[in-house]
Design a protein around this ligand. Structure first.
Ligand SMILES: [Zn+2]
Length: 165
């Protein structure tokens, strides 16, 4: 396990381990909560996937052979009114299917668009807040304990929302 520095001493006062694990498992039941730290008004939650086998998104073959690991982070819904960043040690697997055009693939999650930096549930929240207000006001409201989102991001999220409905 990688060491992530200081863990908050306010841990118990802040939230129980069970609560944090539930929060993470709402994203994906195969994620385990590891630890968290609080820096200013941001919570950083460390989690890891416990899936033994992953399916190659290109050909559908299953693999349990890990190629490498890298850190993946994204913003999620606030915890206790603090902006929340989740960090997972994401795994790359080998695809052993000789007919597949790819030799490796990264584990993917339904709660996050590929290469997305915000969870789908956070995007929903941002869109909700922004629907009936200007993007400047929305950006200011969101900055206060939900997420740092610029005006242009808000506009493009709203556009995507309207395009898909
Ligand atoms: Zn494959």
């Amino acid at each position: 396990m990688v060491k992530h520095g200081i863990i908050s001493t306010n841990f118990k006062a802040f939230a129980g381990v069970d609560t944090m694990d539930e929060f993470i498992k709402e994203l994906d039941p195969n994620l385990d909560y590891l630890e968290h730290k609080i820096i200013g008004n941001e919570v950083i939650v460390y989690a890891a996937s416990n899936r033994k086998i992953c399916r190659c998104p290109y050909c559908g073959s299953e693999s349990a052979r890990i190629h490498s690991r890298y850190e993946k982070s994204f913003q999620d819904l606030p915890i206790m009114g603090k902006k929340t960043k989740v960090v997972i040690e994401n795994r790359k697997f080998f695809c052993d299917n000789p007919d597949c055009g790819f030799t490796t693939f990264a584990e993917r999650f339904d709660f996050l668009a590929q290469k997305g930096k915000k969870t789908k549930r956070l995007i929903e929240k941002i869109v909700d807040v922004s629907l009936n207000t200007s993007s400047t006001t929305a950006s200011r409201t969101l900055k206060d304990g939900i997420a740092d989102v610029g005006k242009s991001t808000i506009c493009s999220l709203l556009k995507k929302r309207y395009a898909s409905s």
